[in-house]
Design a protein around this ligand. Structure first.
Ligand code: PLP
Length: 405
C-alpha cells in the first residue's frame, strides 16, 4: 500500500515546544515516573487559578454562547479590546479593526496566510516563539531570523535587521515582552524598528501577549502607539495576563497606515469568516477581564508569587558554574546560557533528553526557539518554590556530572 505522507507544505514546519522531547516525557509518565515540567507557559496546572470574577461571568453567560458569533467576534468583547487599545495609546482603532481568535496562535497563522506569497520573507527574531517561524513557513514564506543580542539584554539588533532586508521582505515580527528571553524593549528600540519599517514599507507584527507580566515596576509600550504612518498588527489575549490559556481567547488589532492595506485587510476578514468565529464561551471572558481589576498585578509585584519564583530560579541557575542568564524583566521565562568551554554540547535536543532521562526534569532546548547554537535552554518559572528548587538542584547535579565527563 502507498504510504500516506504529510503535505509538502509541512516539510520544513517545526514546533519543538511540543516535539519529540515532550513525547518522551509523556511515555515516561505512562511508565509511572513523576516529571517536573519547566517546559510550557501554561499557568493553570501550577495553581494559578483564573480570576474568579471572569469564571463566574462566563458561567452566568453560558446560555447565550450556543450560537456562532460575528466572525470577527462578539461586539461587546471587541469594544472592550478597543478600549484597551485606547489605554495603550494606540490611536484610531475601531471595533471593525479587531478580530478575535482561538488564542493568538490561530491569528498568527491567519495573519501569515493572508499576507505571504511563496518566496516572500518575514523578519522573525532569533530566538523566537517558534510558532512565528512555523506560521511563516506554512504560509509559503521564509523566516529570516534577526539577532536579539544577549550582550545588550536580548534587544533586537537593528543593524542585523537592516542587513537582512531584501526586495522580498514583507514584514517584521516583534515579540515584546519576549518569550523566551524575558526582555522588554525600550522605546528607543521600538522607534528604531518603526524607522526601518517605514523606510522599507514593512508591516509590523507585534506579539504583546505578556504585556501585563512585568516585574520591577517596568512599563510596557505598544509599538503601535508610537506611529500612525506604518501598518501595525498587534496581538494580545487572555492566556497569560489572565491565566486562562484554555479559554483560547486572543485578538488581533489593525492600526496605523490602514488605507494602503485594504486588500490585505480584506484577506484577513475572509480567512476569519472561513473559520466562522472563535470559541464563544472564551470570548465571553474578554469584557470582564479587560474591564475588571483581577489581572496579574499581585503576582508580579515584588512579593508576588511569580516575582519570587523568577528571583529564585535566576539565583539558583546563575550559581551553577558555567551558567549565565540575563534576568527577565517580563514574561514567564529564563533563557540561560551554557558556556560552550565548560559544556561543549553538540546536539542540545539530545542534551535535554538526557536531562529528562536522568533527572526527570523537562526543559526545551534553545534550538527549539530557532537559536542557532546548542548553548541555551528555556526555563519556565511557573512551578512553586519547592518544585523549582528541586528541579534546578537536579539540573545543577546533571551539569556537575556533565563537567566531570
Ligand atoms: N505568543 C507568544 C509569544 C506566546 O508565548 C504564546 C504562548 O505561549 C502565544 C503567542 C500563544 O498564545 P495563545 O494562548 O493566545 O494562543
Amino acid at each position: 500500500m502507498q504510504p500516506i505522507s504529510k503535505s509538502n507544505k509541512l516539510q520544513n514546519v517545526c514546533y519543538d515546544i511540543r516535539g519529540p522531547v515532550l513525547d518522551r516525557a509523556r511515555k515516561m509518565e505512562e511508565e509511572g515516573h513523576r516529571i517536573i515540567k519547566l517546559n510550557i507557559g501554561n499557568p493553570a496546572p501550577f495553581g494559578f487559578d483564573a480570576p474568579e470574577e471572569i469564571l463566574q461571568d462566563v458561567i452566568r453567560n453560558m446560555d447565550s454562547a450556543s450560537g456562532y458569533s460575528d466572525s470577527k467576534g462578539l461586539f461587546a468583547a471587541r469594544k472592550a479590546i478597543m478600549h484597551y487599545t485606547q489605554e495603550k495609546n494606540i490611536r484610531g482603532v475601531t471595533v471593525d479593526d479587531i478580530i478575535i481568535g482561538n488564542g493568538v496562535s490561530e491569528l498568527i497563522v491567519l495573519a501569515m496566510q493572508a499576507l505571504l506569497n511563496n518566496g516572500d520573507q518575514m523578519l522573525v527574531p532569533m530566538p523566537d516563539y517558534p510558532l512565528w517561524t512555523a506560521a511563516v513557513t506554512l504560509a509559503g514564506g521564509t523566516a529570516r531570523h534577526y539577532l536579539c543580542d544577549e550582550q545588550t539584554g536580548w534587544l533586537p539588533d537593528l543593524k542585523d535587521i537592516e542587513n537582512k532586508i531584501t526586495a522580498n521582505t514583507r514584514g517584521i515580527v516583534l515579540i515584546n515582552p519576549n518569550n523566551p528571553t524575558g526582555a522588554l524593549y525600550p522605546d528607543d528600540t521600538l522607534r528604531g524598528i518603526i524607522e526601518i519599517a517605514r523606510h522599507h514599507g514593512l508591516v509590523v507584527f507585534a506579539d504583546e501577549i505578556y504585556d501585563k507580566v512585568l516585574y520591577d515596576g517596568n512599563k510596557h509600550t505598544s509599538i503601535a502607539s508610537l506611529a500612525d504612518d506604518v501598518l501595525f498588527v498587534t496581538f494580545n489575549g487572555l492566556s497569560k495576563n489572565y491565566r486562562t490559556c484554555g479559554y483560547r481567547a486572543g485578538w488581533m488589532v489593525i492600526s496605523g497606515e490602514k488605507r494602503h492595506a485594504k486588500d490585505y485587510i480584506e484577506g484577513l476578514n475572509m480567512l476569519a469568516s472561513m473559520r466562522l468565529c472563535a470559541n464563544v464561551p472564551g470570548q465571553l471572558a474578554i469584557q470582564t477581564a479587560l474591564g475588571g481589576y483581577q489581572s496579574i498585578d499581585d503576582l508580579v509585584a515584588p512579593n508576588g508569587r511569580l516575582c519570587k519564583q523568577r528571583d529564585l530560579a535566576h539565583k539558583m541557575l546563575t550559581e551553577i558554574p558555567g551558567v549565565s542568564c540575563i534576568k527577565p524583566k517580563a514574561s514567564l521565562y529564563l533563557f540561560p546560557r551554557l558556556d560552550p568551554k565548560v559544556y561543549p554540547i553538540e546536539d542540545d535536543q539530545q542534551f535535554i533528553l538526557e536531562l529528562l532521562q536522568e533527572e526527570k526534569v523537562l526543559l526545551v532546548q534553545g534550538t527549539g526557539f530557532n537559536w542557532k547554537a546548542s548553548d541555551h535552554f528555556r526555563v519556565v518559572f511557573l512551578p512553586n518554590v519547592d518544585d523549582l528548587t528541586e528541579a534546578i538542584s537536579r539540573i545543577a547535579r546533571f551539569l556537575e556530572n556533565y563537567r566531570k565527563k
